[in-house]
Write a protein that binds this ligand. Structure first.
Ligand code: FES
Ligand code: FES
Length: 172
């Protein structure tokens, strides 16, 4: 069965007709040619396919595109404003927070979504009490980013990049 849907992807309105079983990841990559979100496991286990869907981070390999009809999708490549990188993107560059780069678009979208969750007061598994702390410890950052795996093991620099971006005014 096929369905017609529209998505606003990285600021552009896109229409597509797809099989209703198509994941959002395949809709982006195979139908729209937007390859920023990566297919790592295709099973919701690695986070490489993470984008912001109406501002919230989601794994697109577990999302059906047809259920996202009308939504706003922001991939890592849509985070920059012209030539100006998003603070998280810049911090990843400055801290060399990548090696092969395959996990990086997902890490960056996840970090942006994570900081919004903190701003909204969401606790993590390691948070004491029921609201997010004002300042994120490295343990909090690691826990909140634990859905995004990096086979190159760039974790130390990823945490450092996120910490610096927060220090430079990225939320929270
Ligand atoms: S490709 Fe979606 S979580 Fe791994
Ligand atoms: S930089 Fe290679 S998987 Fe993360």
């Amino acid at each position: 069965m096929k369905a017609s849907i529209t998505l606003r992807v990285d600021g552009e309105q896109r229409s597509l007709r797809i099989d209703t079983r198509t994941t959002l990841l395949d809709a982006l990559r195979e139908h729209l040619g937007i390859t920023s979100a990566k297919k790592g496991c295709d099973h919701g286990q690695c986070g490489a396919c993470t984008v912001l869907l109406d501002g919230r981070r989601v794994t697109t390999c577990l999302s059906l595109a047809v259920a996202c009809d009308g939504a706003t999708v922001t991939t890592a490549q849509g985070l920059a404003r012209g030539d100006e990188l998003h603070p998280i993107q810049q911090a990843f560059l400055d801290h060399d927070a990548l090696q092969c780069g395959y996990c990086t678009p997902g890490q960056i979208c996840s970090a942006v979504g994570m900081l919004e969750e903190v701003k909204a007061g969401h606790p993590s598994f390691v948070t004491e009490g029921l609201t997010a702390p004002d300042e994120l410890s490295d343990e909090e950052i690691r826990e909140r980013m634990s859905g995004n795996l990096c086979r190159c093991g760039a974790y130390v620099n990823i945490v450092a990049a996120i910490r610096e971006a927060i220090g430079k005014g990225a939320t929270p």
